[in-house]
Ligand binder design. Sequence first.
Ligand SMILES: *Cc1c(COP(=O)(O)O)cnc(C)c1O
Length: 462
Amino acid sequence: MVSDPADGMLRRAINALEAEFAHLPEHLIALDEEAADRVLALTAHRLGDNFPYFHPLYAGQMLKPPHPVARAAYALAMKINPNNHARDGGRASSAMEVEAVEAIAAMFGWTPKNGGYLGHLTSSGTMANLEALWMAGLLAPGKRVVGSEQAHYTHQRVSGVLRVPYAAVAADERGRMDLNALEAELRKGDVGTVVATLGTTALGAVDPLDEILSLRARYGFRVHVDAAYGGYFALIPQDLDEPARRAFAAIGDSDSIVIDPHKHGLQPYGCGCVLFRDPAVGRFYKHDSPYTYFTSKELHLGEISLECSRAGAAAVALWATHQLLPLTHGGEFARGLASGRRAARELDRRLRADRRFVSLLAGKPELDIVVWAMQAPGANEAGERAQAAFDACARRDLHLALVQLPRFWFGQRDGDASDAIKCLRSVLMKPEHEAWLDRIWERLSAAADEVLEGSGGLAKTG
Ligand SMILES: *Cc1c(COP(=O)(O)O)cnc(C)c1O
């Protein structure tokens, strides 16, 4: 496992928190400690049935361990278990949420002074996107929402929940929204909102937001940016290539933004964020609860949030993380993102130079996600080899992911345009991945040899 500094930190912080409430009469919590220990030992055993998400050799899905300070702050907040629905239930944690959201909005150039914004944390990117599309539907009633076919499937789904018509626009060979396909939809005159994804879930592709915004000037529609995965890359423009850099530079001109601190922001699950450029959307949240809002004249987060009860601990953990790792250009947090990106580019470089693997035609990764296929005589064999390599890596404690992508992205033009090929995928999102890249490559290379030997070696490949 990993040696964990959070345990000692947490004990000291709990002592400090207990001192805050030392004036209260003592209240002992009744607990059969032996029984509780038995339950927790069993719990630990059950948790052993997991991929080791916390370890740098886990390089598969979008899973980044929370920072030790985030975990300690979250666990500390569990002593209180605040509810950020309203100031009554989470006074300190609501104030911390407002500050944490302010730090996130500032990454995109939105501040209370330069026109303001409205924003809050959510339990997930799904809920954050649901709120954004809810507003989109209210502001452009009857009009359609469009996103690229590589947009997260949540957009289609939440549009269904909201009964807002949704359509997918074609993606190009880099997994970015195809602007010609978008313009064809816009000409129909009924598009109310375009969802631009900055960092797609499969590929980390970056839709051309700057160009989508130019089309907005001509056709008039709302632009919602789904940066659930990629939002924090706004902190490292110098480490991005064009045109991704231009897209990130344009984020502040959008109408709404979603970013997930629980994806790249080193937070435990249960931490998404939605931001609206126009604070006046707050009017749509209006409700009159007879019982929640008594103790404060200040704005309650429950008055600008679709969800009611929300984990105040999520805000506490995020706030604490920001104190240690401010969201600044060139800061330690930004350097961690840049190092994952270098790891991805280096992995991509090695894969491209190696005939056991087939890389995407379109070029380098735009963020820190790498996808590749196994060399094979046909798509079926490539898929079987990807699965076999995935398993052979896992036997070496290296955990990758699998993804289905269009064959033509790999230059295979025979067959149906919709034909997919099963590929390997690695999300190198941990700051440690760069230092671990040689060890990752060693295991991948040995696994590929094993798979190719089992199938007669490279000689048999087409
Ligand atoms: C992960 C993700 C989502 C969904 O967010 P959850 O936090 O998993 O609910 C939406 N859009 C994109 C681009 C994502 O990467």
